[in-house]
Write a protein that binds this ligand. Structure first.
Ligand SMILES: Cc1cc2nc3c(=O)[nH]c(=O)nc-3n(C[C@H](O)[C@H](O)[C@H](O)COP(=O)(O)OP(=O)(O)OC[C@H]3O[C@@H](n4cnc5c(N)ncnc54)[C@H](O)[C@@H]3O)c2cc1C
Length: 383
């Protein structure tokens, strides 16, 4: 199947990003030690320069904006490789390839594009996206955070929770229920400046992931900060939400693939009762099941990515299946490899304890497995 789907060009690209990650990222990360959360800025700058020279900058961003302009399928193949290091799940390639910006930013007014989007394409810091709310997660039809228009300005009030990348992002994107001067309520997107008066509270999740609660109590925005039309918010987010699930799924698989390799190496070396762990049938079964499950999950991710590229009608359904399969499978694989490592797996000498926690979170991130089940069955009933 892999032979059929991967062109020679894509195989070459995969090889290039694999050696980039192994040659440049992993050694820096190993030198930095197991407790460090990101590489020092000069090191990241050097990696970014190397990546740009090789045309490996912003994989998913259009080439006319300065990105690599890869298709979704190409991106999932590449992403699976570049996450294969200690903090690769959250910072693929330790930030070497930059953070993509959502495609709906094409709807920005030209002055916003010049001021925020263009510089961010250069810096690669990306943006944060504040959607979900504490009261009604995963339900964008029921937003309580609002922006009310009075005398030409939008007065934003409310709260958003578990927002990622607030600390690094060049700017933010906010989805609110806009209330127009005629009293109509419509979901709308706005761009947030780093200097806007927004309350922030840090939340550390399972001591591996930083997120923020955002409070809007005195924010006033000019209409020029609007992205797209009033009421276009959810529709503009649709493609981004679907593609993000597929791209995140590829990252989960990359981590699980690396964990499996680490597990196999360890089991060949670790001797108990006179022979390597890899000779015990119970251990061998764990590897065989992991490989089979990973391959099945990978094909569901590839399937979703191809459907995204072809704009198939059922792409959102395929993306949900991919996210469900990839997050659940990756969590199981890392759990097994931890078990095979015994006590050694729980130390920071190997990244398994970190990946175990990150993948535990992945089953809730974006859409939880339970809400994915709900949406998948809903699709089947309505088909
Ligand atoms: C690491 C991380 C990063 C995140 N990043 C961002 C971000 O950048 N921007 C952003 O806007 N949001 C972000 N989120 C928010 C995220 O999408 C929500 O946390 C997630 O949707 C779950 O919402 P909740 O935590 O409020 O759980 P709840 O909605 O309270 O759910 C609690 C439990 O009930 C289950 N449940 C809920 N509804 C149903 C249902 N209808 N049927 C069956 N079971 C149900 C859930 O599956 C879950 O197990 C992030 C979350 C995490 C964990």
């Amino acid at each position: 199947m892999e032979e059929l789907l991967l062109s020679d060009e894509l195989k070459m690209l995969r090889k290039t990003v694999r050696s980039f990650t192994r040659e440049y990222v992993v050694p820096f990360e190993q030198d930095a030690g197991s407790t460090i959360e990101q590489l020092p800025t000069p090191v990241v700058n050097e990696l970014q320069m190397k990546a740009k020279e090789r045309g490996l900058w912003l994989f998913g961003t259009r080439s006319e904006w300065g990105g690599a302009g890869l298709s979704y399928f190409q991106q999932v193949v590449v992403l699976e490789e570049v996450v294969q290091h200690r903090f690769g799940l959250q910072q693929p390639g330790a930030g070497a390839f930059g953070e993509d910006l959502p495609c709906f930013l094409r709807e920005c007014m030209p002055e916003l594009f010049e001021k925020y989007v263009k510089p961010s394409i250069q810096s690669g810091n990306g943006c944060y996206i504040a959607l979900w709310e504490p009261e009604e997660s995963n339900n964008l039809d029921n937003l309580t955070c609002y922006a009310e228009k009075k005398n030409g300005k939008w007065f934003v009030r409310g709260k958003k929770s578990y927002v990622s990348n607030v600390e690094h992002a060049d700017f933010g994107i906010l989805l609110v229920q806009s209330i127009t001067e005629t009293g109509e309520r419509k979901p709308t997107l706005f761009l947030l400046d780093r200097k806007d008066p927004i309350g922030k509270r840090e939340q550390v999740l399972l001591d591996v992931q930083l997120s923020h609660e955002l409070f809007f109590e005195q924010l006033e925005l000019e209409d020029t900060r609007r992205i797209g039309g009033v009421g276009d918010g959810v529709q503009l987010l649709e493609e981004w939400l679907t593609s993000s699930q597929v791209l995140m799924s590829a990252r989960y698989l990359g981590i699980a693939q690396k964990a499996l390799e680490i597990g196999i190496d360890y089991a060949s070396l670790r001797i108990t009762r006179g022979k390597p762990l890899s000779e015990y049938p119970t251990i061998r079964t764990m590897f065989a099941v992991s490989e089979a499950e990973l391959q099945a999950a990978r094909f569901s991710v590839w399937n979703a990515a191809l459907k995204m590229d072809q704009k198939r009608k059922d792409r959102d359904h395929a993306a949900k299946i991919a996210k469900l399969n990839a997050s659940e499978t990756a969590a199981k694989v890392v759990d097994r490899v931890l078990q095979i490592h015994g006590g050694a797996g729980f130390t920071r000498d190997v990244p398994l304890e970190r990946w175990y926690k990150e993948l535990r979170i992945s089953r809730l991130h974006f859409q939880s497995s339970e809400t994915l089940h709900e949406s998948i069955v809903q699709y089947l009933l309505e088909k």
